[in-house]
Write a protein that binds this ligand. Structure first.
Ligand SMILES: Cc1ncc(COP(=O)(O)O)c(C=O)c1O
Length: 430
């Protein structure tokens, strides 16, 4: 027997989509979007400063992305990227080889970030013949079993274990909340990676995995020398570096990839989110000698590298270049950080403002003396912003960080209005 029909699609969404694991769906029934704006089914307009969790890099339904996807859809939608030679997938892989740092060259395409990280971990094991991993406390890499195993956050891991063995965690390089450095980074957190190798592993470590800016941890930007120091330790121990660029890639931090801020060459890179402006696509990219260590038949994905998503990704890369979106992200990110810091002068609830490019976190605290996280206030501020037509995210290890990660096509005038709304929302919830 089926069920009786519901009145509207929005009602059906709330009744039949399993939302029990979700921390709170926003009461916005989305109708359409354009650039950095979204409209709900009642015609109300919102400025979107979260971009579907940092995804819609070129804005909602960018005409060039839509045209590229439509053109590919009219040819064919799916045939199996790992069964046939699909030209648009080749074009995208070549473009990725051109824009990624160092000798990264060969991409395996997946559908999501978690799948990309799982694949990268498997590849690291295949290449090195070693089995263990080192990850960062508070780091986040996805919601499948292996990616949760390298995620350093007990809330995210709840109900998922027991996890893959052989994962050790190094302290997160948090400039103000670091467990080893305390306030003001002394890079002892980087040196601690060697202690982790020596004291917590059997020495059989395949790879160290980290985000260049820790997104889900609350937009945490490591010290400028952190990754160079860690890489030197990894090289001495023959351990690969997997950089997880799922959230930081494709201009989000003001450079094409977050690791470029650190001048370090990763061995494997994972990508997803912003790659195709909202089409589901992920991938892991490696140097040829690493990439080719999979044996025939070992790794595959039915939908991975879907041609429509790949066509959208090629158009996304074109738009990022032609509309100077990395530069826009860098310039407007600086502008936004400055204006948010000014807000801090009148709102003591702001404990810290941090970020790179258009990946910005505003940490809310009970007081600057205690720095106790004010998570409930973050929920209230998000609601107050929404009531005023502004969408922001919340996140962070303590759930007290307001996240500003808009489409990279956002304008200074739009960000100016976002600062004004945030100011009002902070006052209204004081
Ligand atoms: C750094 C990082 N890695 C991996 C993932 C997982 O990506 P997905 O949700 O596409 O599986 C995320 C998602 O937020 C992420 O931020």
């Amino acid at each position: 027997m089926g069920v009786a029909g519901t009145t509207t699609a929005a009602d059906a969404f709330l009744r039949y989509v399993n939302l029990s694991s979700v921390a709170g769906v926003e009461p916005i029934a989305v109708d359409h979007g354009s650039g950095a704006e979204l409209w709900d089914v009642d015609g109300r307009r919102y400025l979107d400063c979260f971009a579907g969790i940092s995804v819609v890099s070129t804005g909602h339904s960018h005409p060039r992305v839509v045209a590229a996807a439509r053109e590919q859809m009219e040819r064919f939608i799916h045939c199996g990227t790992y069964l046939y030679q699909v030209p648009v997938v080749g074009t995208l892989a070549e473009r990725l080889a051109q824009v990624t740092p160092g000798r990264l060259e060969k991409t395996f395409f997946s559908n999501s970030g978690a799948e990309a990280v799982e694949g990268a971990m498997r590849l690291a094991r295949a290449y090195s013949g070693k089995t263990e991993f080192i990850a960062l406390e508070t780091g986040f890499h996805g919601r499948t079993n292996a990616t949760l195993a390298v995620t350093g956050n007990r809330k995210r891991k709840h109900h998922g274990g027991p996890y893959l063995g052989g994962v050790a965690f190094a302290p997160a390089p948090h400039p103000t909340r670091c467990r080893v450095c305390g306030g003001g980074c002394t890079l002892r957190c980087a040196d601690a990676v060697e202690d982790v190798i020596n004291y917590q592993t059997s020495g059989n470590v395949a790879a160290f995995i980290a985000e260049p800016v820790l997104g889900e941890a609350g937009i945490v930007v490591p010290h400028p020398e952190y990754f160079a120091r860690v890489k030197e330790i990894l090289d001495r121990h023959g351990i690969l570096f997997i950089v997880d660029e799922v959230q930081t890639g494709f201009g989000r931090t003001g450079r094409m990839f977050g690791i470029e801020h650190y001048g370090v060459e990763p061995d494997i890179m994972t990508v997803a989110k912003g790659i195709a402006s909202g089409f589901p696509l992920g991938g892991f990219i490696a140097r040829p000698e690493i990439a080719e260590s999979f044996q025939p038949g070992e790794h595959l994905s039915t939908f991975g590298g879907n041609p429509v998503a790949c066509a959208a990704a090629v158009a996304t890369l074109d738009v990022i270049a032609d509309e100077s979106l990395c530069e826009n992200s860098a310039r407007l990110g600086e502008w936004m950080l400055g204006h948010l810091e000014q807000l801090g002068a009148t709102h003591p609830v702001i404990g810290e403002v941090r970020g790179k490019g258009l990946m910005i976190g505003v940490e809310l605290v009970e007081s600057r003396e205690s720095m106790a996280p004010a998570a409930q206030r973050a929920v209230q501020v998000r609601a107050a912003c929404r009531e005023r037509g502004l969408i922001v995210g919340i996140g962070g290890f303590f759930g007290n960080v307001v996240r500003i990660q808009p489409p990279l096509v956002i304008t200074e005038a739009q960000l100016d209005s976002a600062v004004g709304v945030l100011d009002e929302a902070l006052r209204a919830t004081a």
